[in-house]
Structures are given as C-alpha cells and as structure tokens.
Design a protein around this ligand. Structure first.
Ligand code: ZN
Length: 293
C-alpha cells in the first residue's frame, strides 16, 4: 500500500495511491495515519477496508497539496555519517557505532511545500535520505527481529543549516529543526512495495544539476542494525521515523561550498518512494506565524 495525506496544512485527510496511480480519499475509513493507527494494526485494517471500498471511495483529483504522509510522529531520529563517501567529504572519521541525533517533529512538511529560509540562515544544505517508519512499540530488539518493527518507508530530506549545526556549540539538533526542514513523502510505502530497502537508487538535484547520486546499498550500518541499536537507548513508538543518513554530494562537502539561495529548486527521489520538489523562499514574520498556526 501507498498512503498519502492531502489537503491544506493542518487539515490533511488520509488517502491512498492505487496501483494505476490514481488517488482516493480514505476519510471514510475514519482514522488518521498516526501513532494510534500504526500501533493498533491500522495497516492491516486499512488493507481489509481497501479491498472492499477502494473502488467506490471518493477520488482525489489533482492539483492537490500533499501533506506529510503520516501524522506528526513522536520523534524523528537521524543517523549521521552513515555513508562512507559522505563522512569523507565532511572530513569526519568513519563512525564505529551509529551516530544518533534528533530532529524536531515541528520540522515536518509536505514533499512539495516551499522551503522557508530560516531567519539568519546562510548555510542551508540538503540531504536525501531513506526514512524508516516504525510500526510497533519497540525496545531492546535484536537485529534478527528488527524487521518486525518496520511499518514502511518514505523519502526524507534532512535539510540542515550548517552554521546553526556546527558553529554554536552543543548538539546538531539546532541546525536540523527549522520549520520545513523535514519534508516527508510524497507517500508512505509498505515494505512489499519497494522490495530490498538496501538496494534503492537515490538522487538529488538543485536547479536541474545532480548533486547527490547513490544507492541505499552504500549505507555503513544497515536498517536492522540501526533499529536494534537505537532501541537500546529509547523506546521506538509506532509512527516514529528513523532517517538513515545521506550519501555524498551535500553543499558542505563541495569546494567551494554551494549553499541554498532563495529561488533555488531542489528535486529528489528514492526508487519506489516517489519524488520531492521544494522551492526556497525568504523568511518573513508572516510565514513564521502561519507555519506555527
Ligand atoms: Zn542527515
């Protein structure tokens, strides 16, 4: 199954992408795609519902805004420097254990929403990443059973402000958490939709020039290891997202660096999980209050 949430920000409705690519409204199913949904076998119930009602459900006709395909998760966990070439381009050592940091959940955005330049930002950077969505409450799980924790996958762009991240001391979270810094989707896909999650092509382009081009095959720590590792330190809840790291080609790693400017267009895609597109727009007091509304 491929799930979407569509409509205006804050008023999204649940939907689904059918095999022929058409979109249906699943409001009548009566649940949002949130922690309760994933934690109570919602995917199974929705699958059963769709088998009977998908053909008669209301169609969603484009143009429509794609919201985050899952409702705001309890946490977004990110894995740092999980691709060898990216660790090298940032001048970092290859990590011996997964590097774990958090990203604010208020940073989530739809896959095609404008990227608002944060106030005072001058080093905004991109990071295409495979996001793993957790399906069941998971604590201290061995690698051999980690796959049971997975509900599905989606595209994450782990946008980062490198000045905020690296020049103010303390944790990376400061550079990772601005509004819009975690566009998700366009859709969420259950595991059978994508096959091997460690063999998906991924790319990102800025203004039509390819900046990142790699495959999830190049991760240092694979998904079972990451889930098992993180679950030693915190309980993963249904709907939580683990963003599994980015390959090389980010602005920080370029000589000279090439950070995002107002007007830039970022496009990215992971095989089987769809394509995102953001345009960078300036920060305004009005957009800040609208985003927090
Ligand atoms: Zn990242």
């Amino acid at each position: 199954m491929k799930l979407i949430r569509f409509g205006e920000k804050g008023a999204e409705r649940p939907g689904m992408v059918l095999r022929d690519g058409s979109l249906i409204d699943c409001s009548i199913f009566g649940e949002d795609y949130d922690e309760n949904f994933f934690g109570t076998r919602g995917l199974k119930r929705l699958r059963r519902w769709a088998a009977t009602f998908a053909t008669s459900a209301g169609k969603v006709t484009p143009p429509v805004r794609y919201g985050t395909p899952i409702a705001r998760p309890s946490k977004i966990i990110c894995i740092g420097l999980n691709y060898r070439d990216h660790a090298q381009e940032t001048g970092s050592e290859i990590p011996r254990e997964p590097i774990v940091f958090l990203k604010s959940t208020s940073a989530t955005a739809g896959a095609f929403d404008d990227l608002v330049m944060p106030r005072g930002a001058s080093k905004v950077d991109w990071e295409i990443e495979l996001g793993v969505v957790i399906g069941t409450r998971t604590s201290v799980v061995p690698e051999s059973r980690a796959a049971d924790a997975i509900a599905g996958y989606l595209v994450v762009n782990d946008f980062s402000e490198r000045g905020f991240q690296l020049e103010h001391g303390g944790q990376w979270v400061k550079g990772k958490s601005a509004d819009g810094f975690a566009p998700l989707g366009p859709y969420f896909a259950t595991p059978e939709e994508i096959g091997n999650p460690h063999d998906l092509k991924m790319w990102l382009a800025v203004n039509g020039t390819t900046m990142q081009s790699s495959s999830t095959a190049n991760m240092i720590f694979g998904i079972p290891r990451i889930i098992s590792y993180v679950s030693q330190f915190m309980t993963l809840l249904p709907g939580d997202i683990i963003s599994t790291g980015t390959p090389s080609g980010v602005a920080l790693g370029r000589k000279p660096t090439r950070y995002l400017q107002v007007g830039d267009v970022i496009e990215s895609e992971i095989e089987g999980l769809g394509k995102q597109r953001q345009e960078v727009v300036p920060w305004q007091r009005a957009s800040a209050s609208k985003q927090s509304a």
